[in-house]
Write a protein that binds this ligand. Structure first.
Ligand SMILES: NC(=O)c1ccc[n+]([C@@H]2O[C@H](COP(=O)([O-])OP(=O)(O)OC[C@H]3O[C@@H](n4cnc5c(N)ncnc54)[C@H](O)[C@@H]3O)[C@@H](O)[C@H]2O)c1
Length: 373
């Protein structure tokens, strides 16, 4: 029988409960303690898991009940503080919820601290372990829809940082982590919506393109009107030789290509909480061999950079934000109103007389080989 690791969860909301369910369902773990600042959340845990010890904060839990792994499942702004405290324990592994933190720099710091300990980490992006979406990744990487040109995402009831990071993480993996040239985003924030302790947009469009030109266009916000009858999320992948549509967590996708010229729906079984369990069991496997694999956390950090670049773009009047984000210097505000008649005065340049952009010469082409095959 494989070694069973003891586990604690900090934060007993939706994310924490997904970890608790995954830990309890897995023979690889023994869930022993949970901390939450809210008494009602602790009471709900006691009802579900009577033998689990509960604590009002992470410091008390860590002092009284150190465990082999800790799941950091609080809201993003406290991920760094809770992770730093957890790293004082003789941990064997750690799960840090997406987004790794509320900012790219804090997320990077978390990953650096964990790497410095050579500690295995899980970041539970469900699409990276779900049956339908992993098959979508394989088909795209295998060239089944040709060269990936465009990823369109529509998602209602959510925002760029909280759910959008899952979707942008999937874009990062679809493009095999190809560097992103820039991110450009616009939003309305008139309703002053917050979610998961973060100020978020009412309605937003996030646009990014990789160096070879693959684009993502993501429409998020409190209420999105969909282009077709769907529940909450739509992905549309457009390739040079086909398309794939899927619906976020719904365990199905539709493929249209030369092999399925009428389109074919592929359907899968859905298992409750199975996705966190899969990430946790992958973490256990890394812990067994004491060999961390940082591929998923690095992809998650790349997605966090895209999320923050979108918000930086918005904060600066929807300017393009080239990556890496740390090199970005906000431009000075410009007195120019696109869409108004040009008066013939006040400077400017004639857009009909522009020389070609240097980057339009010798652009890299992604998947050039599979395109020729
Ligand atoms: N991977 C996934 O599929 C997934 C799904 C849901 C949530 N999440 C992530 O989980 C994290 C939490 O979100 P949620 O949906 O569970 O939010 P939530 O509002 O449902 O619950 C958060 C819980 O954390 C508690 N909490 C907050 N700060 C705390 C602290 N410092 N110490 C102890 N407890 C604290 C709150 O009291 C609350 O009970 C977020 O990062 C979110 O993105 C991930």
């Amino acid at each position: 029988m494989s070694h069973q690791y003891t586990a604690a969860v900090i934060g007993a909301g939706l994310g924490g409960r997904a970890s608790m369910a995954g830990l309890s369902a897995s023979p690889r773990f023994n869930l022993v303690a949970v901390a939450d600042i809210q008494a009602e959340a602790r009471a709900a845990v006691k009802e579900l898991y009577p033998s689990v010890r509960t604590f009002p904060d992470h410091a008390e839990l860590f002092a009284a009940c150190p465990t082999d792994i800790v799941c950091v499942s609080t809201w993003p702004p406290s991920h760094l503080e809770v992770t730093q405290a957890a790293l004082q324990l003789p941990l064997r592994g750690i799960l840090v919820e997406k987004p790794l933190a509320d900012s790219f720099s804090a997320g990077r710091q978390i990953l650096e601290l964990i790497r410095a300990r050579n500690l295995p980490i899980a970041v539970p992006h469900g699409l990276l372990v779900a049956d339908h979406s992993t098959q979508v990744l394989q088909r795209v990487h295998g060239g089944e829809i040709g060269e990936l040109k465009l990823v369109e995402i529509q998602c209602t009831g959510w925002d760029i940082i909280n759910a959008g990071i899952h979707w942008l993480n999937f874009f990062v993996e679809l493009t095999e982590r190809e560097p992103v040239e820039y991110v450009l985003a616009a939003c309305d924030a008139s309703t002053r919506t917050y979610r998961d302790n973060m100020q978020v947009e009412t309605l937003a469009v996030t646009y990014a393109q990789t160096v070879s030109g693959t684009r993502v266009v993501m429409n998020t916000g409190d209420y999105i009107t969909f282009s077709e009858q769907i529940d909450d999320t739509l992905f549309r992948l457009i390739g040079s030789r086909g398309t794939i549509d899927f619906y976020g967590w719904e365990p199905r996708y539709r493929l249209l290509n030369a092999s399925y010229p009428q389109g074919q729906m592929f359907e899968f079984e859905r298992g409750p909480f199975v996705l966190h369990q899969r990430h946790l069991e992958n973490l256990a496997a890394q812990m067994d061999r004491a060999q961390p694999d940082y591929a998923i956390p690095e992809g998650s950090l790349a997605a966090l950079e895209l999320c923050e670049a979108a918000y930086v773009s918005i904060r600066n009047g929807s300017v393009p934000v080239p990556l890496p984000l740390e090199d970005f210097t906000p431009p000075s505000p410009v007195d120019w109103q696109p869409g108004l008649p040009y008066s013939g005065q006040g400077g400017g340049r004639n857009g009909r007389l522009l020389p070609p952009h240097p980057q339009q010469i010798d652009r890299p082409v992604r998947n050039a080989q599979s395109e020729e095959a």
